[in-house]
Design a binder for this molecule. Structure first.
Ligand SMILES: C[S@@+](CC[C@H](N)C(=O)[O-])C[C@H]1O[C@@H](n2cnc3c(N)ncnc32)[C@H](O)[C@@H]1O
Length: 302
């Protein structure tokens, strides 16, 4: 049987990008990294069975999930996953998966936590990705989602001074550069609610992400101020970055941790025969490569 490729929305490719070197290393973003870590620690349960780190990149934040028995490190970029593997090592605690968020190869109800940090701004069809994530989670699993907030103070000021055309108060996502979106908190709340999540907590993060402040004020001071301000996000979310803690709705308490971990992204079957260099779907016969310890579900083998 041949496998017809499923059309998904366009993916922002980081393949071969210098995301680690060009964006983080020595680039004056210690403040952002530190406040994001504080926010995640506040929202994610410290221990659990299996955490799904979606759009993990080079594994910048993966050390935060040490309390989980297993972490699925998933990203579309094979080269960033290789960086993550070099950082975290090849062992059973980490499962490296190259896959598209629009077509997740994770079996239903097999993870009790998930994170999506600095990723959803590349997603044009938010509900379809949130549905995929919800399916991979057990009821009551915690899903920590970060999104770029279009209704932030800087955008509001620029709009009032007529230096920006789009309206930060309008609910629709704004694509300010191709495949880069900012979202209104009301839009994201509705999208989460409509895809089987209940938002429990919201933090306003990174208020001081301004070059001039970062140059003039010591990072530790900005981090402390940010830490104090984060909880105000529940009432007033005007920071550039919003972190949310969401519970997967559903009644069955049991997780499915001992069954198959993957499903075929082409047909959804979980009957995947494991050979050394590939997984073969026993239902649609699609084959998915395993290369240097990375499962590759982006395109079936020809
Ligand atoms: C800005 S980086 C963030 C990486 C990491 N979460 C962090 O905070 O350091 C965005 C990541 O999302 C991944 N990504 C974007 N679209 C994706 C998609 N459709 N499926 C899977 N990964 C995707 C990119 O490959 C990239 O690694």
């Amino acid at each position: 049987m041949s496998v017809s490729p499923v059309k998904t929305p366009e993916v922002m490719s980081y393949e071969g990008s210098g995301y680690k070197k060009d964006f983080w290393e020595g680039k004056g973003r210690d403040y952002e990294d530190r406040v994001e870590r504080i926010a995640i620690r506040r929202l994610i349960p410290p221990t659990g069975k299996r955490l799904l780190e979606l759009g993990a990149g080079f594994g910048r934040l993966t050390d935060l999930y040490e309390g989980y028995e297993q972490v699925i490190v998933l990203d579309y970029s094979h080269s960033l996953l290789q960086d993550a593997q070099a950082r975290l090592g090849k062992n059973d605690r980490y499962v490296y998966v190259a896959a598209n968020l629009y077509q997740l190869p994770i079996a239903d109800g097999v993870c009790d936590a998930a994170t999506l940090i600095r990723v959803i701004h590349h997603i044009s069809d938010v509900p379809s990705v949130l549905k995929q994530i919800r399916s991979a989670l057990t009821p009551n699993a915690v899903f920590v989602l970060e999104y770029a907030n279009k209704r932030n103070f800087k955008a509001i000021l620029r709009y009032l001074l007529r230096r920006q055309r789009w309206n930060p108060f309008n609910r629709e996502p704004v694509e300010f550069v191709k495949l880069n979106f900012d979202f209104h908190p009301a839009f994201m709340a509705e999208a989460l609610n409509g895809t089987g999540f209940t938002t429990q907590r919201r933090l306003a993060v990174s208020y001081f992400r301004l070059g001039v402040l970062k140059r003039l004020i010591p990072t530790s001071v900005l981090v402390t101020l940010d830490k104090w301000l984060q909880p105000t996000g529940g009432m007033a979310a005007y920071a550039p970055s919003i972190f949310t803690k969401n519970l997967a709705e559903g009644s069955s308490p049991a997780g499915n941790f001992d069954g198959p971990l993957f499903k075929c992204p082409a047909c959804g079957a979980t009957d995947l025969a494991h050979q050394e260099d590939r997984l073969t779907c026993e239902v649609c016969e699609a084959q998915w490569a395993i290369c240097d310890g990375i499962y590759d579900f982006r395109e079936p083998l020809k």
